[in-house]
Design a protein around this ligand. Sequence first.
Ligand code: G4F
Length: 327
Amino acid sequence: MKRALITGITGQDGFYLAEYLLGLGYEVHGLARQTGLEHIRGNLLQDVPPELYQRCRLHAVSLDNFPGLYRLITKTSFDECYHLAASSFVGERLADGYQTIQNNIASTHYLLAALHEFQPQCRFYFAGSSEMFGRPKEAPQTEQTPLNPRSAYGISKVAGYHLTRNYRESHGMFCGVGILYNHESPRRRPEFVTRKITLAAARIAMGSSEKLQLGNVKARRDWGYAPDYVRAMHAILNHDQPEDFVVATGVLHSVADICAVAFSHLGLGWRDHVETSDTFYRDEEEVPLVGCAAKIEREVGWRLVTTFEEMVRQMVDADVARLKPMI
Ligand code: G4F
């Protein structure tokens, strides 16, 4: 039986990855902060079925606890480590991003150093991001597109990417990077625009008279489905060579497109319920963030399964189901 370690197991991607690996017969271990574990034990994590985590072995080790990390890695040997944990809000101002930069880079370095020291055979996945391209000079972006980050988060991901490549190239470890574009699901946190919209649409359909405040509704992104993307993470670590791969749909949709699918699924016209607000406005990239997944499709055989429309409708249905017991 293969044994995997997931950092960030209580997040959207950690949840789906744990579910996927358990389904493949893995023994799944997860790192979480003490508060995250208390939330799981007290069944306080919103929408997370505790049964999933009962099937995993959870460790209360925060990634800035270097001795705790070392203790875990010297005690248990892992075949694969998926490093998903990160502070991840792109809208944060660069000037406020000290914690994001410091924590995201240090945690990746701690983890790689500990694995290199005690378990150099363990395969390591680094969760890269389209934010590493920031303000790209070309579209679609590929593994060769120059990195040009424009947020604290993007900068921290570029540093993590280079750390990961260094452990691969200078220390011979099997380290793979997935450069993932936006990926969403009913488990997405509500500060991200997809879930913000599906949750508001559900509330409005159930009688709320609120207006949904959004930033630029013309902003476009390459939105995929998180469960499809965790399959890519696993495929990257089970490829015959450690490499970097863009994981994307290659299709751009606007924030207005999400609104249209979400509200019309509930029989509503989105323009009647949405207002724009400077509070949520971010400057748009001149060249859009849209990825070319040809390499992972060709070399690893990864394929998208769920369309944008299906994903948005699924998120709306899940939010309606969540809200029903509350009315
Ligand atoms: O949902 P978002 O906040 O996601 P963003 O910033 O693209 O970042 C997400 O995807 C990245 C790529 O995978 C990850 F690296 C990152 O960790 C995160 O998962 O915003 C999406 C788009 C942006 O263009 C934003 O300007 O929606 C636009 N938007 C328009 N109105 C809004 C809003 N975004 C938010 N959060 N809230 C709004 O009201």
